[in-house]
Design a binder for this molecule. Sequence first.
Ligand code: NAP
Length: 678
Amino acid sequence: MSTLESYVAGYWLRGTDEGVPVLDAVTGEEVTRVSSRGLDFAAMVAHAREVGGPAIQRLTFHERASLLKELALHLGRFKDELYTLSLRTGCTRRDSMVDVDGGIGTLFSYASKGKRELPDDTVFLDGPHEPLGKGGAFVGQHLYTSRPGVVVQINAFNFPVWGMLEKLAPAFLAGLPSIVKPGSQTAYLTEAVVRRIVASGILPEGSLQLVCGSAGTLLDELGAQDAVAFTGSAHTARILRGHPSVLDRGVRLGVEADSLNCSILGPDVRPGDPELDLFVKGVVTEMTVKAGQKCTAIRRVIVPEPIADAVVDAISARLDRITVGNPADETVRMGPLASLAQRDEVRKAIEALRTSAEIVYGDPSHVDVVGADAERGAFLSPVLLRARPGAAEPHDVEPFGPVATVLSYGSVDESVELAARGRGSLVASLATHDPQVARDVARGLAPWHGRLLILDRDDAGESTGHGSPLPMLVHGGPGRAGGGEELGGIRGVLHHMQRTALQGSPDMLTAITGRWTTGSRRLVDTVHPFRKSLAELRIGDTIETASRTVTLDDINHFAEFTGDTFYAHTDPEAAAANPFFGGIVAHGYLVVSLAAGLFVDPEPGPVLANFGVDHLRFLTPVKVDDTIRVSLTVKQMTPRSSADYGEVRWDATVTNQDGELVATYDVLTLVAKTAAEG
Ligand code: NAP
């Protein structure tokens, strides 16, 4: 049996020793061996920094997003191959969907978010500029840039595909190359995906490397611009936290560790309510999908004391329907654990739990198995325990398998206290149809959790369930769960980038950021900017409009025409009594409409459409016979790669005859890339 290859600095290489056997979870046969002995970790890190990073960073966020989409489409073609391999890890088809489709879906999601929420640029501006001096000559702006480093992703065995792709996608968007080290037990599935990615040539060389086997001395090679994104047990996390690279060389460490997630049944729920059924279904799903080997699985089932027996009975009845066996058999609902060693670990954890709880369902030493040899595969029965009142467990030991413990509570406060005894978890769920219970429990749980699901009859039909991390929502939890944060849409990208507070003059900040900063020079020339295509426009191009006096007739006309006869525009006495106006004022929307009338160039041309305004503020009321004028300046230009036009964001300021700011906003337009296309 040969060892699995690693992808090292552009080459597929084997470790130099015979490696450690990796066994099929179902049959116990050897699938492959893993070894990283002799791999040149220094060369890998250098390759990532010198080849991969610069190649990714030459691309804009939009270009990176397009590659992620291409990659998702590409991997989608090999799903059957991955599903087949996944059977050997013990996964049923449903389990593989979570891993394989979940991973590919995460690529799609990041591709689309990258396109919609990041600029077509290589830097990201965080928030508006901050005025720092009285005269407007000194301002601040937060800016995110890509680090010239590498992220080493150390993953757990339970999600060999999703676990890699959910880290790769945000890192790649952030401009960082990845070195992936999968959990050894299922590394052959990760390797199959990496092989497909590398062979496709979609990602620039150096963006992705793979270590199959131990991480060896890889972390010793890292420095101040590098990061480690770890997913796994609290035990390994503790070792990594003490690594000299982390302690002494400023390597950033993100930890997604184990957690004792809970699900709480609200005190309002009675037998027969839909929420009870939803709750029970959720618990059984989380116990049995991937044989409970999910960091987000429900380990603690917290229910009101009066119906605790009924809940135990309902969960047990549902567990009776779970057929355990060979995942290739379509009648099987739960496959084996990933390895015999893993089963030993879970049995040990159950023993530890039994010091505080009785087993009320299942037998850790026996299970009826369909389509496989129960002795050779890592099969285990689902096991439900019931905790004794006031017991120490199940708040400390993580049984990483199909195991959960029921605890009962008396008051809402007690349910929150029990949840908090897990010392921080990835996710909690609450089944309730009572908004007050939802509010009290959710506010109590939130500081202890990275994600909260409130489940009731209204959202159940669309709910993605307790255990599914979603690319657009934060994944990670405080305390014992590691204190890390992944995903969460663009938040997960920005985690990998460096945020810098820039200080300087508006002109310097405009030059550095590529976005016009308030106070920068405005470039006024004889050609109206609406007559310029994207190719001709420059950041700072401005039109200073003529002025217009706003008359009482204008205001009356607008009020009648639109039906907005709010008293401040129509009733002189009532308007005079208003603390802000002291008399009739123009409608804010009239001011904005008149402003458009002042700056628009009416003939057909490169400007194709106005698709909105951002950040609109009315700052000074416009009174009868006030005179307004507008400055409109090109603030930001974003060509769309797949269209003949792009977006132009204009800074609009409306001032009155005294130079006071009346309104400020950004006008958003679509502008043709070249004059001919207009
Ligand atoms: P693990 O034993 O901690 O291993 C996790 C990863 O760390 C594996 O790739 C492992 O490699 C590697 N590793 C182990 N010792 C290392 C060291 N000294 N230096 C560098 N890397 C080292 O955890 P596991 O058994 O694979 O996974 C199960 C655990 O992960 C559970 O506790 C579960 O709750 C947790 N988990 C958490 C999340 C989350 O998102 N929070 C997700 C999934 C799983 P080898 O496989 O080669 O030993």
